[in-house]
Design a binder for this molecule. Structure first.
Ligand code: FE2
Length: 278
């Protein structure tokens, strides 16, 4: 795949997106998205430096202040350990460039900017290369507690601490490698596995249910819904996961809790190996 193949057009915001009626927000979002497009078109591959505004930093601080006590209560231990390793800045939005360098030093994982959602196969294949595509724009200030799409808060506060853990990267790589040759049906299964583990997974820790997925760890609404009894939680069951549909742009009604990552990974590995069976 050429570097620019997945850059087709900049996304158009859905009418119910919190920023859809705000021309200044749309322009700013487009400006940051274009920097990502230029990254993929350039041969230098230098992650763009984004000069965030005081208002954008204020959204970051607002969300982080709300998330911190929730993390204290509900984040899994790997997230807390990853947070300490990354020493994420609390007072302002970090630069993806610096975060990526830090991750590379820890375990070789790196980040690349992206303009918005891309085709699932392209996104997953990047994971097979130990690379995560990251948006750099931030959610609309009118709705800081929930974003209908990935943004810098989701990427850094949701995903990044978990990327420091080798077992999580191994799971992502496994899904990413399978995506390279998967049929459309298999790709749909892989997407759902990714969604209900890396994005919205819960995990059992010493009898307590903890947040594991980035959509939970970077999202006030989903995290609260999942762990205060407002959403449906069932034990992770692969057959159920691959047949459960989801809507990425709304608050999630359903979550699966893994008894252990090791056990879940083995189950997924065996399932992926069966793709080769005639
Ligand atoms: Fe994500």
């Amino acid at each position: 795949m050429k570097n620019t193949e997945f850059i087709a057009t900049l996304p158009v915001l859905d009418l119910d997106h919190p920023g859809a009626q705000d021309p200044a927000y749309k322009k700013r979002r487009e400006q940051i998205a274009m920097a990502a497009v230029e990254f993929h078109q350039s041969s230098q591959k230098k992650i763009p430096f984004i000069k965030y505004t005081p208002e954008e930093h204020a959204v970051w601080r607002h969300v982080l202040q709300k998330l911190k006590p929730l993390h204290e209560k509900w984040a899994c231990s790997w997230y807390k350990e990853g947070w300490r390793k990354m020493n994420i800045r609390e007072e302002h939005i970090p630069q993806i460039r610096e975060v990526s360098t830090q991750l590379e030093q820890i375990n070789g994982f790196s980040l690349e900017p992206i303009h918005g959602l891309v085709q699932p196969r392209e996104f997953l294949i990047k994971l097979s290369q130990n690379v995560m595509l990251c948006t750099q724009y931030i959610r609309h200030p009118s709705k800081p507690e929930f974003t209908p799409e990935p943004d810098i808060i989701h990427e850094v506060l949701g995903h990044v601490p978990m990327f420091t853990h080798p077992d999580i990267n191994e799971l992502q790589q496994m899904i990413g490698k399978a995506a390279m040759t998967a049929t459309e049906q298999q790709l749909e299964w892989l997407n759902r596995i990714y969604w209900f583990t890396i994005e919205y997974g819960l995990i059992c820790e010493q009898g307590d249910i903890k947040a594991f997925g980035a959509g939970l760890l970077g999202g006030i609404k989903d995290l609260t819904n999942a762990l205060s009894g407002k959403a449906r939680i069932t034990l992770f069951d692969l057959k159920t996961v691959i047949t459960t549909d989801y809507n990425y742009s709304c608050e999630q009604p359903q979550f699966f809790v893994m008894e252990s990552l090791e056990q879940t990974k083995e189950e997924i590995r065996r399932f992926i190996e069966s793709f080769q069976d005639p």
